[in-house]
Ligand binder design. Structure first.
Ligand SMILES: Cc1cc2nc3c(=O)[nH]c(=O)nc-3n(C[C@H](O)[C@H](O)[C@H](O)COP(=O)(O)OP(=O)(O)OC[C@H]3O[C@@H](n4cnc5c(N)ncnc54)[C@H](O)[C@@H]3O)c2cc1C
Length: 282
């Protein structure tokens, strides 16, 4: 049975790596397949995501994998941790799930895993979750993000009907990270170079002359620039909350465990401060 969008379902699936491809120097594609994808569905949202599970090195879990049992029987430090990745493509006919990973150095779990994983290896994941697809009744669309949001932005652009009005801004480290997106919409590629993540994106979106009419926006990536763009969209331009999909996908200096644990409070604080007109959260 197809799963409904929203939060990622908590029952893990097992998949095998079918193939990998280095799309650009810092973006690795990993295609998953196998029996475990039977019944998987990811076609209602363009930001569908899955949560990959990584156990600590040296820890093996009983078969079949049962998260509830692990949580009941293993000490907390041996529980698997999760890493969230957008469904760049789902092909139900071939039962193939495509994920694109930013290769951001030696730190972390998922980035280094994607850089070295080989066909045939097994991976566990939960999902999909998801919440956004471009609203066809909007007059225009704004899509803005760094490379972590590129898979979702690309999928959204590819879903837009011909003639839909969209302004898309993607910040990447340099020209070698640009990708071909199968869409008529023009993508403005911003090259970070030595600047802090998000700075080029903030300048570009601030410089945009916002068209008339109802906007539907998708803004994701590193948490600090997302916070600033939220201020522009919600506070200065008074875009209704329901017309914005906006959140930090990751936070500089924090791994996903730390960021996800703090995210709810971070979002609540920013919302309270921005909407009461006070100082921004640090
Ligand atoms: C809904 C959702 C969808 C996402 N989709 C994608 C996707 O399709 N592709 C993708 O690559 N990411 C995506 N992300 C972001 C991804 O989950 C995080 O970047 C995650 O932290 C990467 O895990 P890691 O194990 O590689 O690094 P972690 O162990 O989480 O972090 C280690 C260190 O690396 C830094 N770091 C983490 N991510 C980046 C980055 N992108 N660039 C530079 N430094 C980084 C951290 O700040 C930390 O200092 C998504 C996040 C969410 C919430």
């Amino acid at each position: 049975m197809a799963e409904r969008p929203g939060r990622a379902p908590r029952k893990p699936r097992t998949a095998q790596v079918v193939r990998t491809e280095r799309l650009t120097p810092h973006m690795q594609r990993v295609v998953l397949g196998g029996e475990g994808l039977t019944g998987f569905a990811a076609d209602t949202c363009t930001d569908h995501y899955v949560k990959l599970l990584f156990g600590p090195p040296g820890v093996t879990y009983p078969e079949p994998f049962d998260l509830e049992r692990i949580r009941a029987e293993f000490p907390r430090e041996q529980w698997p941790v999760t890493r969230t990745y957008t469904v760049r493509a789902w092909n139900p006919e071939h039962r193939e799930l495509t994920l694109d990973f930013v290769i951001h150095g030696d730190e972390g779990l998922a980035g280094p895993w994607a850089a070295r994983v080989q066909p045939g290896e097994t991976v566990l994941f939960m999902g999909p979750g998801g919440a956004y697809a471009p609203d066809p009744s909007a007059d225009w669309h704004l899509l803005a993000g760094d490379e972590s949001a590129l898979p979702a932005i690309a999928r959204a652009l590819e879903s837009l009907p011909a003639g839909a009005r969209a302004h898309a801004f993607v910040e990447v480290s340099g020209p070698g990270e640009e990708q071909k997106i199968d869409s008529d919409a023009e993508v403005v590629w911003l090259h970070r170079g030595d600047r802090p993540v998000g700075e080029a994106l903030l300048d570009a979106v601030h410089a945009l002359e916002f068209p008339q009419g109802r906007l539907h926006a998708f803004v994701h990536g590193e948490a600090s620039f997302v916070k600033e763009l939220r201020r522009l969209l919600r506070v200065e331009l008074q875009i209704p909350r329901e017309d914005l999909s906006i959140s930090g996908y990751w936070r500089l200096g924090h791994n996903e465990d730390g960021w996800q644990a703090a995210k709810r409070e971070w979002n609540a604080r920013i919302e309270a401060e921005q909407e009461s007109g006070g100082a921004a959260a640090a």
